[in-house]
Design a protein around this ligand. Sequence first.
Ligand SMILES: *[C@@H]1O[C@H](CO)[C@@H](O)[C@H](O)[C@H]1NC(C)=O
Ligand SMILES: *[C@@H]1O[C@H](CO)[C@@H](O)[C@H](O)[C@H]1NC(C)=O
Ligand SMILES: *[C@@H]1O[C@H](CO)[C@@H](O)[C@H](O)[C@H]1NC(C)=O
Ligand SMILES: *[C@@H]1O[C@H](CO)[C@@H](O)[C@H](O)[C@H]1NC(C)=O
Ligand SMILES: *[C@@H]1O[C@H](CO)[C@@H](O)[C@H](O)[C@H]1NC(C)=O
Ligand SMILES: *[C@@H]1O[C@H](CO)[C@@H](O)[C@H](O)[C@H]1NC(C)=O
Ligand SMILES: *[C@@H]1O[C@H](CO)[C@@H](O)[C@H](O)[C@H]1NC(C)=O
Ligand SMILES: *[C@@H]1O[C@H](CO)[C@@H](O)[C@H](O)[C@H]1NC(C)=O
Length: 558
Amino acid sequence: MTVVTVAFIVLTTIPLCVSEDVVVTTKNGELRGRRVSTGQTSYLDTFLGIPFAAPPVGPLRFKAPQPPASWTGTRDSTRFSAMCPQLAGGNKTLDLPISEDCLYLNIYSPNAQTNDSLLPVMFWIHGGFYIVGSGASFNGTALTSRGVVVVTINYRLGALGFLSTLDAASPGNNGLLDQILALKWVKDNIALFHGDPNDVTIFGQSAGSGSVSLLRLSPLAQGLFSKAIMESGVSLSHWAVARPGKEILSPLQYAQRLGTAVGCGSAVNQSNAALVDCLRNMTVERILNGTNTVYIPNSQGVPAFNPTVETVVGVIPEDPRILLTRGSGSNVTSIRGINSKESAGVFLEQPLSYFTLPNVEAEIAQFTKIHFFRDNPVTVANKIVAQYITSQHLTTAKQYREALIQINTDFTFTVPTILEQQHTAMIPGHAPQYLYQFSYRASHDPSPSWAGAMHSSELPFVFGAPFMRDRFSDQYNHFNWTSEDSDVSGNMMTLWTSFAKDRNPSPHRVVGGIWAPYSLDSQDYLDIGSSLTITTNLATDRVKFWKSILDKAQVLIG
Ligand SMILES: *[C@@H]1O[C@H](CO)[C@@H](O)[C@H](O)[C@H]1NC(C)=O
Ligand SMILES: *[C@@H]1O[C@H](CO)[C@@H](O)[C@H](O)[C@H]1NC(C)=O
Ligand SMILES: *[C@@H]1O[C@H](CO)[C@@H](O)[C@H](O)[C@H]1NC(C)=O
Ligand SMILES: *[C@@H]1O[C@H](CO)[C@@H](O)[C@H](O)[C@H]1NC(C)=O
Ligand SMILES: *[C@@H]1O[C@H](CO)[C@@H](O)[C@H](O)[C@H]1NC(C)=O
Ligand SMILES: *[C@@H]1O[C@H](CO)[C@@H](O)[C@H](O)[C@H]1NC(C)=O
Ligand SMILES: *[C@@H]1O[C@H](CO)[C@@H](O)[C@H](O)[C@H]1NC(C)=O
Ligand SMILES: *[C@@H]1O[C@H](CO)[C@@H](O)[C@H](O)[C@H]1NC(C)=O
């Protein structure tokens, strides 16, 4: 009796085929991945921690990534690689170490070994302000079940990825070059995993979305992808890329401050080459620690080390606004979008009583002092108060809080996104550009309900977290997803994967209508809430207001 019971338990709780090895031979050598069952008869193949570049260590630090070495024998691809070096906290939710040897990618394929026709590839670039994050935080399993191959990558972060002396010593943009080399690896190898090398959609969020937008503009990334999705970030965002003459501190000055902070002061005085040599000789811990000290107060809300306009390598050879208006870069069908309350997180810690008129005016004054320091911050502040407060006849603390969230969200996300959308849509014959707003709030989101759809809140829906209860990343494990959450996630995955397959997010009226491309005349966009709504004119008046200010300002956006 006991024996029978044990056998019964074993049979009903463990799928017959838990996992088995799958071996693929790439240009560099053999990889052993894992076939994981996802149901009674369904499975997927995962290959984790595949090197797409030589480890960027020793003499290769601060250099463009080099191709990976080949290996003999079979390389284990059943575990994620280390995350790229990042300040404490970056690897808290993932049980992964950090290491400079971090240029690896991960593949989720419905079936690496079928002879059926190749599937579209979705290539994910994670966010994290160009200083934190990892491809391992994003599980491609649910997207894969919709007939695409998902690739997630790591790229160098912070000073190691983006330090620039604006000359040959360290031109910068190594993190973007890592992304480009990973795309080249995909071009050369993804067919072996049943992905179509000529049908790659790049998608990303926040700094990953800024990266996608910059890759669209880069002459060095042409031909490596044919579609792009940008979630909450574009090249015109003030934090996305350093633009010469518009910053308080140039990339070179940030590099010099880092040098001084870690004991390379005399090299700073000597030459840029000496500075970079000296930094190359420092431990990673020292560079990370030094990064903490290079920020200055009122630094325009930009990362010290981020992509930069430079002409030595020419990843971003000119100001993105010029590249955009000229129609440079890749003419690819794109989706851009924002969340309705991106910046609510900025005000989460403040009690409601904080939002009085004097405090709100002080917040706006401080905001313009940071961003409009070369102009007349007081005049700009007065205009913002008139537009968002006075003319709206606001009186309550809740209304003032909403206004502050709106101002911050507009400046940081909405306005640059719509301006980039408009610049692109204005180019005659350009490939279609879609626009969305995500406004849904997870049913059991622990943040206060006024916070709405904050920055990053679309991520679990894009990756189908409600369909992967056991693991998305630790951050979402405790969410009790509802059937409404599952519906929203299902909608988003349908839109995103339809776009990857057909260049059209709603080819079959999946949303009860057609989500038409954005044009200056109709200004169509899709609102992604508990249901999908096709509507028009996202923030049109507010964009007009900001345009009138930005056109005259020496500011980093627009
Ligand atoms: C994070 O990385 C550091 C450095 O590699 C390591 O010491 C620490 O154990 C890691 N944390 C976790 C939770 O893995
Ligand atoms: C795919 O095609 C090759 C060559 O025709 C054949 O050897 C192989 O068995 C096929 N694989 C599958 C999974 O059908
Ligand atoms: C670098 O030069 C500055 C200005 O001339 C000087 O103040 C500083 O002491 C020098 N630093 C080192 C480490 O030589
Ligand atoms: C720094 O450079 C010196 C001399 O080239 C070398 O001996 C030393 O090992 C280097 N230190 C590190 C941390 O790379
Ligand atoms: C980290 O930086 C601080 C401030 O510059 C400095 O006092 C400390 O010695 C540094 N620690 C390490 C391990 O480099
Ligand atoms: C851009 O792409 C669209 C289709 O996606 C095409 O019709 C158009 O001719 C292309 N424009 C240029 C300048 O290549
Ligand atoms: C991804 O999620 C699936 C489903 O929850 C889980 O079985 C799998 O282990 C996860 N894969 C990775 C690489 O985290
Ligand atoms: C999820 O549900 C469980 C059991 O009903 C409950 O204990 C837990 O607090 C819920 N978590 C959240 C984040 O709502």
